[in-house]
Structures are given as C-alpha cells and as structure tokens.
Design a protein around this ligand. Structure first.
Ligand code: HEC
Ligand code: HEC
Ligand code: HEC
Ligand code: HEC
Length: 234
C-alpha cells in the first residue's frame, strides 16, 4: 500500500516536472516554436542552453528502417514537392485558383507544407541544395534526427532504448494529430472548405498505413506510450 502511494507520488512528481518543462519550453521558444531551434532559458539562478536538433534527411533512416522507407516512398507524401511543378495537378490547381503553369517549387508560401523544416536553420532550402529534405520526409512527422539516430541513442549500440530516452533526443513518437495538422489545415489551398475530400481523418488515415507500413517493434522499449498504433497489440 505504502509502496503504491510512493509510486503515485513519483508519477505526480514527474507530471509536475514535465508540466513545468512544457510551460518553460512554451515560454522560451515562443519566438521560434520549432524543436530544431536552440532555445535559452533559466530556472532560478541557473541558465541553460537547450540541445539543438538538426534535420538529416530521410535517406539517413533508410539503412535501419528499410520497410518503412520503401513503403513511405510509395505514399503521396514522399513526393509532395513534385505537385508544385508546372503542369502537375492542373485541374486541382485551377479549382484552387492557382496557376497551373507556374513553378511553385521555390515559393515560400508553399514550401512550409511541402518539404521538411522549411524556414528552420537546418531545414529545406532548395531542390538543388537540400534534395533530401524535399517532400514530407520522415522528419516532418518524427522530428529532426541529428541526435536520436546516433548508435548509442536509437541505433545499433542501444537497440533496447526506452521511449523516454529517444524522445529526449528529439524523436516524435507516437505521432500526434497536431503533427499532421501543421500541414493538413485551413491554410492549405486544398482544404475541406474547397472540397470535403481534403479533410484529414486522422484515426483512419494513420491506421490505413498512408504514412508508411507499420511493423511491430522488435525490441523491448518499455510500455508503449498511449496513442500509438500498437497499444492494443502489446
Ligand atoms: C498549410 C500547409 C500548406 C500550404 C501553405 C500549401 N499546401 Fe499544398 N497541400 C497541403 C496538404 C496537406 C495537401 C494534401 C491535401 C489532401 O490531399 O488531402 C496539399 C496538396 C496540394 C496539391 C495536390 C492537390 C490535389 O488534389 O492533387 C497541390 C497541387 C498543392 N498542394 C499545391 C500547393 C501550392 C502551389 C501551394 C502554395 C501556393 C501550397 N500547396 C501551399 C498543404 C499545404
Ligand atoms: C509537412 C507537411 C505534412 C505533414 C506533417 C503531414 N502531411 Fe500528409 N500530406 C502533405 C501534402 C503536401 C500532401 C499532398 C500530396 C499529394 O497530393 O501528392 C499530403 C497527403 C496526405 C495524404 C494523401 C491524400 C489524402 O488526403 O488522401 C494522406 C492520407 C496524408 N497526407 C496523411 C497524413 C497524416 C496521417 C499525417 C500525420 C501523421 C500527415 N499526413 C502529415 C503534407 C503533410
Ligand atoms: C543506426 C540505426 C538507426 C537509424 C539510422 C535510425 N533508426 Fe530509428 N530505430 C532504430 C532501432 C534499432 C529502433 C528500434 C526498432 C525495434 O524495436 O524494432 C528504432 C526505432 C525507431 C522509431 C520507433 C520509436 C522508438 O524509438 O523505438 C522511430 C519513430 C524511428 N526509429 C524513427 C527513425 C527516423 C525518422 C530515422 C531517421 C531520421 C531513424 N529512425 C534512423 C535504429 C535506427
Ligand atoms: C506523415 C507522417 C509520417 C512520416 C512522413 C513518417 N512516419 Fe513513421 N510513423 C508515423 C506514424 C503515425 C507512426 C505510428 C506511431 C504512432 O502510433 O504514432 C510511425 C511509426 C514509425 C516507426 C515505428 C514502427 C512502425 O513501423 O510503425 C518507425 C520505425 C518509423 N515510423 C520510421 C519512419 C521512417 C524511417 C520514415 C521515413 C522513411 C517515416 N517513419 C516517415 C508517421 C510518419
């Protein structure tokens, strides 16, 4: 009994700490709300610098996640830069009052949602400079990979990492609806007001493997976080 309430308090304590950290993060990164941007803050007397995570490109994930990579390549999101080219999706563009002959691949108002990390220091710049960040790459949903893909974090020397460990290094897992809504929202020229077919049904489409093929994880990483695809199966 005492043991149990000790645990409850520990959980309550953890929740309080994470709440405090969330509030702090919200305050310190307000100017640039991206996880890829360095943020500075202070607790009491102590000042600290938050770790900076950078985008590395989807090809860096391929060697360890081949089935996910290959199936993602076949989704429309892998090539979201292509639809910005002249002559692509002509009818859809006309319906949305866009110019089907224009080249939108360097238009800042489109790139935010058709690439990885556009506008952030390590994000997409141009098709020539950062081809591996074109399209809705792995990191558009899972966060910038520079820290978490390391062998001693997620990789070969630490295959049984805990979810907390990798999340602390920037991985987004599970992927919440908010992540999808960064792009699937009313600011998109192709939204539900234009045509109901553009409405994103998160629960269905996430489960429909429209993001990529989902494999049950091989290694033990502790209890599955709430909201993952796997929570019922484990
Ligand atoms: C706020 C995010 C956002 C912005 C900004 C944005 N898009 Fe998109 N775009 C999306 C999303 C999400 C979809 C997928 C909609 C769907 O199919 O459900 C999409 C789909 C498209 C499509 C395919 C439509 C079809 O039916 O085939 C084209 C073409 C396109 N966008 C062009 C553009 C152009 C050009 C711009 C800039 C003028 C732009 N987008 C700006 C998010 C955005
Ligand atoms: C960085 C922006 C971005 C993010 C984040 C994003 N998408 Fe997309 N998504 C797009 C764009 C742009 C298209 C349009 C591709 C096309 O028409 O070729 C698209 C297309 C799609 C499609 C195919 C079109 C349709 O509506 O049937 C599905 C399904 C989809 N996204 C689901 C999701 C889900 C689920 C998430 C979150 C887990 C997500 N997307 C996150 C930009 C994004
Ligand atoms: C050096 C190998 C390696 C690289 C590179 C790598 N991963 Fe992983 N990743 C792993 C291993 C091992 C697991 C655990 C797999 C399992 O249990 O089946 C994992 C698990 C994951 C998970 C599930 C949650 C978790 O942490 O267990 C996600 C999401 C993920 N990786 C995304 C990515 C993305 C995105 C990239 C590229 C930016 C990437 N990984 C690069 C080895 C790697
Ligand atoms: C459009 C969003 C999106 C993109 C892009 C995306 N993922 Fe995922 N990924 C998810 C979702 C959703 C899950 C399921 C986790 C959950 O339940 O939230 C997931 C789960 C995973 C897992 C856990 C095991 C599994 O198969 O489900 C790995 C590993 C992973 N992704 C790697 C990748 C890699 C590598 C890429 C790029 C090739 C990638 N993801 C691109 C949304 C995405």
């Amino acid at each position: 009994m005492t043991k149990r309430s000790g645990k409850t308090w520990a959980v309550a304590g953890l929740l309080a700490v994470s709440l405090a950290l969330t509030i702090l993060a919200a305050q310190t990164t307000w100017a640039s709300p991206s996880p890829a941007t360095a943020a500075y803050g202070s607790v009491g007397q102590e000042t600290f610098e938050q770790e900076t995570f950078e985008y590395v490109g989807s090809r860096k994930c391929k060697k360890c996640h081949l089935p996910q990579f290959k199936s993602w390549e076949d989704t429309p999101m892998a090539n979201t830069i292509d639809v910005l080219k002249p002559g692509e999706r002509v009818d859809a563009k006309l319906d949305a009052d866009l110019d089907p002959d224009a080249d939108y691949t360097d238009d800042p108002t489109c790139l935010e949602c058709h690439t990885v990390g556009y506008g952030e220091p390590s994000g997409f710049e141009s098709l020539d400079a950062t081809p591996d960040l074109a399209g809705t790459g792995c990191e558009a949903c899972h966060g910038p990979g520079s820290a978490y893909i390391a062998d001693n974090v997620m990789g070969n020397k630490n295959k049984k990492h805990s979810f907390e460990e990798v999340v602390a290094k920037g991985v987004v897992f599970p992927v919440p609806e908010d992540t999808c809504r960064k792009c699937h929202n009313d600011r998109s020229p192709f939204n539900a007001a234009l045509d109901p077919k553009y409405e994103l049904v998160y629960s269905k489409e996430k489960l429909d493997e429209q993001t990529h093929r989902h494999l049950k994880l091989k290694f033990d990483h502790g209890p599955m976080p709430a909201g993952t695809l796997f929570q019922d199966s484990q």
